[in-house]
Design a protein around this ligand. Sequence first.
Ligand code: HEM
Length: 180
Amino acid sequence: MSQLVWLLDRGAALVAYPSLYLAVLTGIFYNTEVFGILHEGARRIHVELSVFAMLVTLLHAGLGIVDAWFVLSGQAPAPAYSMSYFLGGVVVGVGALLMLVVAVLGFTDAKRFDQPWGPRAVHGFAYGGFVFGTIHAAAIGTDIAGLVVPLLGPSVMFLVYVLLLRVLVLRGGVPSVSPG
Ligand code: HEM
């Protein structure tokens, strides 16, 4: 039973993380017209992609609590590191989920937040949720530590690069990439 939960939990996590990555990437292009075709593409898919990413993330979170319980109660094999480290990794995952939920509530329940916390400012919590999710995955994901240098690090660096490019473009430091 614990192995089935672990497989399903891992499967959900490995779909949730790349979906969340693409949700963040399209989010960066979403409000920046000068990105031209990338901006238009982002406007078409960002919301749908983000809803999908959140649903799979919620599935992972539910299964993750059961998975973590199996590990902590000794019903599943103990990880190669200490239990307190594992618990810390799970807590970072819970923090990631909470930030992502707040980011979505910024739009779906905007009245909940007082000024100056407008929907766009609250939606910025999505970055925090993604960073926490990345730390969580690298810390306690099975086999993920070996992917930090070849895959996880460069992918996150690419997001940082696109974000910096947007800051530069918005400040007028880089010519527009749109044909118009
Ligand atoms: C209540 C919130 C969460 C809980 C309880 C939780 C729990 C867990 C647990 C127990 C593992 C280790 C699975 C294993 O045995 O390998 C794990 C791995 C992982 N989690 Fe979470 N998590 C949560 C939120 C998140 C969020 C928000 C993300 C971001 C998308 C995320 C992404 C991942 C990824 C990518 C892995 C690595 C999967 C692998 O082992 O290959 N988690 N999580």
